[in-house]
Design a protein around this ligand. Sequence first.
Ligand code: PMP
Length: 389
Amino acid sequence: MRKGLGSGVYGSILDLVGGTPLLRLGRVERFFRLEGVELYGKLEMFNPGGSVKDRIGLYMLMDARSRGLVEEGAVIIEPTAGNTGVGLALGAIHYGFRLVAVMPSKMSLEKELILRAYGAYVIRTPTAVPPESPLSYYRVAEAVRNLLWMIGGRPGEGEVRKVVEKVQTLVREERVEDLRSVLESSVEPTPYAYIPNQYSNPANPRAHEETTGREIWMQTGGRVDVVYAGMGTGGTITGVARYLKRAKPSVRIVGVDPEGSIYSLVKKGMSPREAARHARPYKVEGIGEDFIPSTIDLSLVDEVVVVTDQQAFSMARMLARLEGVLAGGSSGAALYAAVKHIKTGGVRGVAVVILPDTGRNYINKLYNDRWMRENGFSTRDEEVLGELL
Ligand code: PMP
């Protein structure tokens, strides 16, 4: 902080990442008649990029810099549901990197436009393809990286744009063989193209262990008894669980899984391969997977609650009206799971539910009644949520 300035004055947008508020959801408690529980929401939309993923965007870039994996002027490429892209964009601006975000087509247009507003390139990929397909967003990110490595040194702006356009064309025209040959070509790595890869990067769960988990501990004065969190990469739940279970072994960690994802099946003992055969598309963004990333430690997750798109969306819409908290569909899923688990599991004490991102990302989706109806969802939220009363 500069001399002569008051508190609440910062030197960089990155200084505003983390330290999010914990809000008592008293109206939710009363509406759903929760007894003997203090329910708190961890408001991750208060991060400057609007989501919990600002934390890992920053951590993964700090880690890559400190290990010499990237040089100034590097292109950061990341497969992302959008929010990690925003977190990386903030870090990229600060550290002098460029960013290519690779996003499945199901993710909202708002998130794409926000990324472009921060100066990022965006490539869209098909949603319903297995992770090993050359058209999956994971593999497409690798194709971009390989093409940038082929350039050799630091790619110029025109070269980056050309690579992005080329890959977007290959994806749009489903030129699987061309993509495969880029993926299989042996190229010399350079420090000018780097995929942090939130699905395998230990800096992802570490960010949550050192920040999110610690914050929950401090903010509840160690009184926290149970935490509810959605699972995408699993970085949030794993990091939070590591910190809290070390501090207080009795803390219960409840994972939230959208219907169609494989986490609940694998937690029940099914092999990931077998579970992948049961994977189905769903609409809620940012949570659920069709494979098990190395960033999740399912042994730290005590229970998994499955939530449908309808339940998630109705609960997010209800949260906005009850508390004035405008959050995304994964927040609705987490809150739905929390209320259900508290009511059916006889939970007592201090419960924290992680609300990962802002509803502004979805204003033209779950907050648009027409979109809801066109996608076969009811807009009668109280009726849908009546099953919890
Ligand atoms: N909700 C939203 C909206 C997200 O973007 C993500 C990240 N994919 C999550 C929840 C899940 O977080 P994590 O990857 O840490 O499991």
